[in-house]
Each structure stands twice: as structure tokens, then as C-alpha cells.
Write a new protein. Sequence first.
Length: 334
Amino acid sequence: MTAGRPAGDFVELGGSAARLGCAVAMCGVLLAGCTSGGGGPGRPLTQTKSGGTAGTGPSPTAAVDTDPARLPRTRAEAAALVRGIMPGPSAFGPGTVRREPYESDPRRWAVLGDSCVWEQRALPEDVLASLTRHYEIPAREGRGPLRLSAVVTVHRSAERADWENAEVLEEMMRCPSQLLRPGEVLRDLTDVPNALGDSGNGFADDVLAESGTYTGDDVGGPHPYVWEQTRIGQFTLAVSARGAKGWTKRGLLDLLREPHATMRTSLRGAIERRTPTGSPPPATASNAPRTTGFTGPEAAGTARLKAAGAAGPGTAWTTPSERPGPAAPEGGRR
């Protein structure tokens, strides 16, 4: 494990008894509705109910009119697409710099272990590519250093990408406190899901937003923490921010909005079916249908998660922005 310490040192990471009781009840609902086609949260989806191999080809997305010919079929194609989507430091605003290590090992991704500690593991067979980048806004003007991340993952199927979102909820219920690395802890985590068509979500198949607090040996705490992920077909795109002195939750959400939207726009441009000559133009600010509620990825999730009652208590996401980037030593999903 990345912590480099015995699991017993972090017994606090499981959360309170009351929270655990709620998690157990919700997990019963979640697992009953989510395991019919795979191995369940935390395990790669390797077989269908009939015993065949899952994820033999990309699945369509309702949010984007994808062109099957433009979807990646190999790990090399997926890796190239991911690099074209990943934002650079400037996407997060002036003064943002690379944080070392800047990029994760593309052959590995972060997994939340049984002891609620994030660790690095080899990519499962169903994942074509996954890359995390880490950024930082250095301390200035009375504010502490802000740690940021972006993650893009390409699954072999939309079904397995949907499972990734389901696993996020399972992780939050199982580990409302999580150790990112020695001296860095997330606590009091809550998740809010929204499927396509819910609460103004017209841009992704699912959106999932997570919030809580972050404490680090070098920045103190607790400080606000936010993570947002959107799923479009077989792709998941996420951004995250781990706060410091002087940063508010609202400020973090505002900061993540543009980079997250830019990632989705880049993905759409890479996989969308090109509009035939003579077709009506895409919706613009003047002719797009009106929606109610928030209109950004800040409210996120999957239909099955919402059915399981995943909305976190007292969490309001009112700005647009997508599972942050991982925060394990070599990159991850926080």
C-alpha cells in the first residue's frame, strides 16, 4: 500500500458507527441492483451473465452522437486520445504550475484498498487507458498552496465505465475517510449523482460530485475538498481540488468549472459524428432548450446510483464543472 505503514495506524478511516450503519443499508440496495452483469464494485467486470467476455466493443453514449469509427479500439489509440484531452496547467488559471510527479504511470491506476488507503495497481483488462496529471497553485496573497488534478479513463465499454461511477459511491460509503498518502487524509465524504436529463444535466450520461474535507501535514486543515467526474459513454473525465488556508468550497468549484468543461468539449470533438452538410446547426445559447436547476457537472452520477439513494445530505452543487484526479503518489483518481 502507498501509505507505507501498518493498516492499524489508520483505524479512524472507516468513519463512525452511525455512518457505517447507513452505508451497510445503502450498500444492500446498491449491490442488489448493480452486480447482475459483473463482479461488483472494486472488481473488474470480466464476464457477462452468459459467460462471454464483456466489453468486446465500445458502447454508445446517449449524451453524444458518437461515430463508431472514431472510438479507440486499442490501448495505443486510447492513450493518444487521452493525451489530447488532458488539460495543461494554464487551464486552471494564471500561476498554476505542474506538481511533481506531473503525470501518473499510464500502466497503473489508483485503487482504494480494504484499509481505506489509496494504492497503485496495474490497469485491469477492461481499461484501455488512464492518465492523471497533478497541478498546483502556489501559496500567495494569504492563501495556502492548492493541489489540483485531472483524470481521463477509457474503458472498453460504457457498461464498465458506469461501474466505475458505482464504485465511487461504494467507496464513499465504505470509507468516508480515506488516506491519500502519508500525511494526507480526506474525511466526511459525501457524493451527489445525476443522470442525463436530471437537474439540468444535458451534457453527460452521468455526473458524480464528491465533497468533504482535506487535511495535510504541510497545509493543516480541515480544508474544503471537491471532486467531480462525468461519464460520456466509455469515458470518464474528472477534476479535483484539495484546499488550503484561504480557499473556500465555492472557490474550488469555480476554479474547476472551465477545465472540466474543456475536457468534455475536447472529448466530444474527438468522438462525435461529424454533422452532414445541410443538417441543422447545433444548439447555441440563443436556441438551446432551457433547463432548470444547475447546468454544470457539479451534480453528478449514474441512474443506478441515484436509485440507490446516493445523494449526500446537505450538499448543494450549483456551479458547473468532473472523479478528480487521484491522489496516490504516482497518480490516481483523487
